[in-house]
Design a protein around this ligand. Structure first.
Ligand SMILES: [Zn+2]
Ligand SMILES: [Zn+2]
Length: 445
């Protein structure tokens, strides 16, 4: 969306203390044709707004020296800025802050996201409010019902759904090309699974949020599950605590592997330059409790001692198992595979682990046609993964770890084929979708 046509550029003052976020927001707005100045704390914002009143103030709430709400109060007391258009920006949707902002006459409330278009759209809306066709008093009951998303509930977001290597280009836009990463949010607790290239965008979002303690669970240390770590900003910033969990038996220990990819031969910055508080931990046999969530693990069928993770929260269960070659070597029809089939029995532990999950995020990287050439590579064929869904009683399956050779059009066909296979083995009721970068879902409805 473009700004309205005026004889001069519209001027925006952007108050944002986290530099990397300020830069990305300013860049998006400048590209859309606005003139942008940046204030880095509340006091600076107040001074800049009063000295040279902008057309719009984008005001972050959490800022050093003076928080955004206090800045807004003071601006409203000054003649020059009494009617200044202000959009309050926040990392999360806090009802109290939204209410106070509305009382102080804010023109909008923006929840920061890594999508620059969302910001540009919000700003354009402020400058060109929609034509009024009806007023609140015309509605039955005279009130406008505006439901708000309750963001404190447990939810997950996929940041990387590509397997093996990041994949760029127009043909991959819809699903995205970042490698494995998922965040799980409950209250102020942040749990992250895998550190593929998707974790870079997650890091940028974390810098604008309240999260300071991050629990990172690694399934295994193949490139596509750790390659984003050197670009994960919170690891470099003092005040962030990062607890990294991995299974034993990687050959080297987890810390050495992470340190190794930051070796001078590969990367200009070393682990010693990471000033966050980094702690490496071996997965315990029992559950890891984080706030109101509980994380457990089981070995998957994949080279290295690879694991899958199960999170329980709010009475619901989510499983993250991006790499798993279920029924390795089987290329026959899925119809006749029952729970007591000899081959199936070898995968008992995996079936039991995922059984009853409300959401199972599991791969099906190869079509039945591709699979015979890829046996032993550690990834499932679509029919074999469909058998797992059937035997484990899964109702909701999100397919991830898309093959870098599979573009959006191919994945569309592959998804329809997956649905057809599920129907043919008697389970048209299993809701299957393909994960994509940015996909967000709440565990409870
Ligand atoms: Zn992988
Ligand atoms: Zn792997």
């Amino acid at each position: 969306m473009n700004p309205p046509v005026t004889s001069r550029k519209l001027r925006i003052l952007l108050a944002e203390d986290v530099n990397v976020i300020a830069m990305s927001m300013a860049h998006a707005l400048e590209r859309a044709g606005y003139e942008v100045r940046v204030a880095h704390d509340g006091e600076e914002c107040l001074r800049m707004a009063l000295d040279d009143v902008p057309d719009l103030l984008l005001l972050d709430i959490m800022m050093p020296k003076l928080d955004g709400i206090e800045v807004l109060k003071q601006l409203r007391q000054d003649e020059r800025t009494r009617n200044l258009a202000v959009v309050v920006c926040s990392a999360k949707d806090f009802k109290t802050e939204r209410d106070v902002a509305a009382q102080l006459g804010a023109a909008g409330y923006f929840i920061k996201s890594s999508d620059p278009d969302a910001l540009v759209t919000k700003v354009a809306d402020v400058f060109s409010p929609p034509a009024q066709t009806a007023t609140a008093s015309d509605q039955p009951g005279g009130q406008v019902w505006v439901p708000m998303l309750k963001t404190g509930r447990a939810h997950f977001k996929l940041w990387g759904t590509r397997g093996s290597t990041p994949t760029l280009g127009g043909r991959f836009q819809r699903h995205g090309g970042n490698t494995s990463c998922m965040s799980f949010h409950i209250g102020d607790d942040l749990i992250v699974f895998d550190a593929g290239s998707g974790i870079r965008d997650l890091g940028i979002e974390i810098m604008g949020s309240k999260a300071r303690r991050i629990h990172l669970f690694i399934t295994h240390t193949h490139w596509d599950h750790i390659q984003g770590f050197p670009f994960f900003i919170p690891a470099y910033v003092p005040g962030y605590e990062l607890v990294i969990y991995g299974s034993k038996g990687f050959g080297k220990n987890l810390e050495d592997i992470f340190r190794g990819q930051l070796d001078r031969d590969y990367f200009p910055v070393q682990m010693e330059d990471m000033h966050g508080n980094l702690q490496f931990r071996l997965l315990p046999d029992g559950p890891v409790n984080i706030g109101d969530a509980q994380v457990t693990w089981e070995f998957a069928h994949h080279p290295l001692p690879t694991v899958g993770y199960k999170v329980k929260a709010e009475g619901r269960t989510l499983v993250w198992m991006p790499d798993d070659e279920f029924l390795q070597g089987y290329t026959g029809t899925p119809h006749e595979l029952t729970r007591d089939h000899g081959l199936v029995r070898q995968f008992d532990k995996i079936i039991e682990f995922v059984s009853g999950a409300d959401v199972l995020i599991h791969e099906a990287q190869y079509t039945a046609e591709e699979y015979p050439k890829k046996i032993g590579w550690g990834h499932s064929s679509v029919p074999n993964a469909a058998v797992l869904m059937k035997l484990a009683g899964i109702r909701r399956w999100i397919v991830t770890h898309h093959d870098p050779m599979h573009d959006d059009a191919f994945l569309e066909t592959k998804l329809n084929l997956t649905r057809q296979i599920l129907a043919e083995i008697g389970h048209p009721d299993i809701a299957v979708t393909h994960g994509y970068d940015g996909m967000t879902e709440y565990l409870t409805r």
